[in-house]
Structures are given as structure tokens and as C-alpha cells.
Design a protein. Structure first.
Length: 105
């Protein structure tokens, strides 16, 4: 668990390892195994979710738009992930988009 303080607001950040397996073969092996960390960012009573996959470890994807949650702290949150975890790309899921559902921000 990590803590980020930005503009007198405290964010608690949890990294939870995950492993998703799919395509079970007859010999007990899997076609694909995805690993990484699910991220929970807690502020007050709200939790914001994201994910860093091992195959794209320099990219973080959030489940929804971060603007309403972080507001003026957004650039500080991005800087924190850049400096501490080497993240270079930030994306969020937008279900209203037709083609690529993830938007860079």
C-alpha cells in the first residue's frame, strides 16, 4: 500500500497482483496467461480502479474517466505513477467509443 498526498488530499493506493488464465488445453497448460497488478486508489469513500499488465508494464488503464475523481490533482497523480512506477501511457475505458474503447489522457 502506498500513499500520495496532493493539494492536501490523501490517496491510498493498493497494488493487488492478478493472474488470468484462458484457453485450458487437454494437457493442463493454458494458451494465455496474463499477469500484472490491479490498482485501487482510495480517496474519502470513493475507490477508483485501474490495471497494469506485465506485457504493457509502462501503461496504466483505468476503468472509467479519471477527471471527476482527481480533478486538479490529475497531473500530480500522473507524475507520481511516472516517477515511482515508470508509467508512460495513461488510458481510461470509454464505453461510448466505437473503435478503440481506451482513450489516452
Amino acid at each position: 500500500m502506498e500513499t500520495l498526498i496532493a493539494n492536501k488530499r490523501t490517496y491510498i493506493i493498493k497494488f493487488i497482483p492478478f493472474e488470468d488464465k484462458c484457453g485450458l488445453n487437454e494437457d493442463g497448460t493454458y494458451d494465455n496467461i496474463y499477469r500484472g497488478h490491479n490498482i485501487e486508489i482510495h480517496f474519502n469513500e470513493e475507490t477508483f480502479y485501474g490495471r497494469i499488465n506485465n506485457y504493457s508494464q509502462y501503461e496504466i488503464s483505468f476503468r472509467s474517466t479519471p477527471y471527476p475523481v482527481f480533478g486538479e490533482d490529475l497531473e500530480k497523480v500522473k507524475k507520481y505513477f511516472r516517477d515511482k512506477h515508470g508509467i508512460r501511457e495513461f488510458r481510461y475505458f470509454d464505453p461510448d467509443r466505437d473503435e478503440d474503447c481506451y482513450v489516452k489522457f
